[in-house]
Design a protein. Structure first.
Length: 348
């Protein structure tokens, strides 16, 4: 067998380097301008089967689109109403018992302060060390609050994004086929099969990844709710939802909720309750670790090792949002690689 051509290898390496750089430039400076349209494409793709079915039963195109949009909004409203009612019920219960919990926490905190003073005097630890640690904790809390304020300040821009996305969804559902054809016709005829294959692969991979992440969040929320319900928690729904939302933040997840809770129970002398909580945390973590690589790789078509690599690089380059950017970039790069280097896409 002939050895690989060095020039061809260098050419491919150069092309991949350019693609990676362009991907970074896109996410760093250009993605914000296409975000509402990307959201619209995802929503339109999810609603398109319903629109087609409604057309088949005899509705006009415009009627089918508005009905699909209405059903989607109604279904979302029903789910939110059910969840909100359960959450409200648990919050009312929590409000009634909050004075009792506060008293227990206060007594436990006083006891631990006295124990800390005894340990400090026994070990000869300077109070300045403890003050420095407390100061670090305060700085961390201050940083978290600043991030929340920054997120709140971005709400008006977020509303604009959603309004533009909603309008774009309507036009995509109404004229999606013609938009797709005009997009492909903008390229030379010889490239059109490759462009269509690229579009299909990017859409399938990206939607698959987003679907996988939503399923993982749902699995985390559901397993946390189930675990907390089994150990007798009165706030399983609220805390399960919080755990699911935290699962969207890399390296936090339900650990950021359950571990401090378990530590608090230890401080209050409830060792059995802390052990039960840690058992729930371990169960949720094991379930997610078993499901995540297979689910994401199956939905995106990427090997689990590439998914892990994409997670890591994305987070290193873009922070927490890299949790989404990394795998989506991997899907896009793989699709472009097939476009450039797979001759079977044009029947060669």
């Amino acid at each position: 067998m002939a050895s690989p051509n060095l020039g061809s290898m260098l050419k491919r390496a150069g092309i991949w380097t350019i693609l990676v750089v362009l991907t970074y430039v896109f996410w760093k400076w250009l993605a914000v301008y296409v975000l509402p349209f990307a959201i619209a494409v995802v929503i339109a793709t999810l609603l398109d089967p319903m629109v087609r079915w409604l057309k088949q039963v005899g509705l006009s195109s415009v009627t089918a689109i508005w009905m699909a949009l209405g059903l989607g909004v109604a279904l979302t409203a029903v789910v939110l109403a059910v969840v909100s009612s359960l959450v409200a019920k648990e919050l009312v219960r929590l409000t009634g018992r909050l004075p009792q919990y506060t008293q227990h926490w206060h007594l436990a905190l006083d006891a631990w302060v006295q124990k800390a003073a005894q340990v400090r005097s026994t070990l000869g630890v300077s109070s300045s060390v403890l003050n420095a640690e407390f100061g670090s904790a305060v700085k961390l809390l201050d940083a978290l609050l600043r991030q929340l304020l920054l997120a709140a300040s971005g709400l008006p821009a977020g509303i604009l994004v959603m309004v533009v996305a909603a309008v774009a969804v309507y036009f995509l559902l109404r004229d999606g086929r013609s938009i797709e054809r005009s997009w492909a016709l903008g390229f030379p005829e010889i490239l059109q099969p490759r462009i269509k294959a690229l579009e299909h692969e990017v859409m399938v991979g990206t939607l698959g990844f987003l679907k996988a992440q939503l399923l993982l969040v749902a699995i985390t929320a559901a397993t946390t709710m189930l675990g907390l319900a089994l150990i007798g928690s009165h706030y399983a729904v609220v805390l399960g939802l919080v755990a699911g939302l935290l699962d969207l933040i890399p390296f936090l997840g339900p650990t950021a909720l359950i571990l401090p809770w378990a530590v608090m129970l230890v401080a209050m002398g409830d060792m059995l309750g802390a052990v039960k909580l840690l058992a729930v945390l371990v169960s949720v973590a094991l379930t997610r670790q078993l499901v995540e690589p297979r689910l994401v790789s199956h939905q995106t078509g990427l090997h689990p090792l590439w998914v892990l690599f994409a997670f890591y690089v994305g987070i290193q380059l873009f922070g927490p949002i890299g949790f989404l950017v990394g795998p989506i970039s991997a899907v896009m790069l793989r699709a472009v690689g097939h476009l450039l280097f797979d001759p079977t896409l044009v029947g060669e």
